[in-house]
Design a protein around this ligand. Structure first.
Ligand SMILES: C[S@@+](CC[C@H](N)C(=O)[O-])C[C@H]1O[C@@H](n2cnc3c(N)ncnc32)[C@H](O)[C@@H]1O
Length: 397
């Protein structure tokens, strides 16, 4: 099979109509022109899955409003069902919608397709009224929605080339996270590890100093990468991203990424590239925060608008694992790092005032200043706060 996903050409339109009808409506005795009755007014995106030149799958989506699209029809030639074509079509559509800064995609799914949509992160909102022509064949409908990580738009405000120095003087590696890596892995001299999105090399330097293993990194920002190269001279650090990992196949025993996944605009591509460079049975660890952890961050109290911005930017844990499994990774474990108590420190105040966390570049200046003032007040009062922790997603290749 040589499957490609493309926009159909005008010459393909009869073939598109024929496939939709054969798969969706012919089995329930609906006429060939029934598609006209189901058409939505909003702008339309149609994608076709082709095996060589033959159309074997179709997805049609329509705009509902500026932030929502609806998957109106999806059909796969029965000979190609259970081969992941439906998922490929949906992921390709999601990529397009992400770039258009669409937040949510919905679908009115047949009851028989509900579990398929659930496996790719759609959530049932409610039952949907079915027309008698469907009910008589036992077909009912549910309205389902999926929130898309609209990080692309938000992240354009963050330019790591401009903030590399500030980042480097306020951020460090987290020893607790490295302890958790060590619990899962035997770091030996020959162990090859890759830090994906290594930033200024904080983790690479600590890991090399602690274990002396073979360290590699990729980082797309020139300024971050240059600092990483200076700091981690024992590591080989290259220009790379979710689009290009410039290392041979089956190279790494362990790949990790800390605070990176919310910057990756195409997780599907990222997992497929990682799949290639990780050895069979090698491990991948994604260190991030779940939506509950984001809601419970102690700094939401100081910077109230952060929560909603961050929820949009961070993909949910189930969305990440779904893309991973779709690219043949197996979920080993999902570890939620315990909440801990933290005292506000001078270092933390410096980190906030210098905007060492990229999120502080996403709120307005007044909110940043007021939040910082309140944080300093609580620092003087020795207030102890609860840290909401992180999530480590462990995946096996
Ligand atoms: C918050 S920093 C984390 C850096 C480092 N992992 C750490 O924990 O200190 C996010 C990093 O992800 C990098 N990044 C952004 N988009 C990326 C992509 N598509 N692929 C890989 N890395 C990316 C950024 O350049 C930045 O260095």
């Amino acid at each position: 099979m040589n499957i490609t996903i493309t926009k159909p050409t005008p010459n393909d339109s009869d073939e598109v109509d024929e496939l939709l009808w054969k798969v969706l409506w012919n089995p329930i005795d609906l006429p060939k022109d029934i598609r006209n009755e189901f058409k939505l007014d909003g702008e339309e995106i149609t994608l076709a899955a082709k095996d060589s030149e033959q159309i074997i799958g179709i997805i049609v989506a329509n705009k509902i409003n500026h932030s929502e699209y609806e998957i109106r029809h999806i059909a796969v030639n029965p000979k190609y069902q259970k081969c992941g074509i439906g998922k490929k079509l949906i992921y390709a559509l999601e990529n397009i919608l992400n770039k258009m800064e669409v937040d949510t995609v919905q679908t009115i799914a047949r009851n028989s397709s509900q579990s398929f949509f659930e496996t790719i992160g759609f959530v049932k909102m409610r039952d949907y009224r079915a027309l008698p022509k469907f009910l008589k064949f036992g077909i009912s409908f549910v309205l389902m929605k999926k929130k898309l990580p609209s990080m692309t738009k938000i992240n354009t405000k963050i330019n790591y080339n401009q903030i590399a120095d500030k980042y480097d003087c306020t951020r460090t590696s987290n020893s607790n996270t490295i302890d958790l890596f060590q619990e899962k892995l035997k770091f030996e001299k020959e162990t090859k590890i890759l830090d994906f999105g290594c930033g200024t090399g904080n983790y690479l330097r600590t890991i090399f100093n602690q274990f002396g293993c073979k360290c590699f990194g990729i980082e797309p920002s020139d300024s971050m990468r240059e600092i990483a190269k200076q700091k981690s001279r024992n590591a080989q650090i290259e220009n790379g991203s979710h689009e290009l990992i410039p290392f041979p196949d089956n190279e790494f025993d362990f790949v990790y990424m800390t605070d990176v996944i919310h910057h990756v605009p195409d997780m599907n591509k990222m997992f497929s590239k990682l799949n290639r460079v990780i050895k069979p049975s090698g491990l991948l660890c994604i260190v991030t925060e779940s939506h509950d952890q984001i809601k419970n961050r102690f700094y939401n109290k100081y910077f109230p608008s952060l929560e909603s911005v961050e929820l949009k930017r961070y993909p949910g844990i189930s969305v990440i694992t779904e893309y991973a499994v779709h690219n043949s990774f197996v979920i080993e474990e999902i570890q939620e790092k315990e909440d801990s108590k933290v005292k506000i420190s001078e270092d933390f105040i410096k980190l906030v005032s210098e905007k060492g966390y990229s999120m502080f570049r996403l709120i307005d200046e007044d909110e940043h200043i007021t939040g910082l003032e309140n944080l300093i007040l609580d620092f003087k009062l020795n207030i102890v706060l609860k840290n909401s922790g992180e999530t480590l997603i462990w995946l096996k290749n």
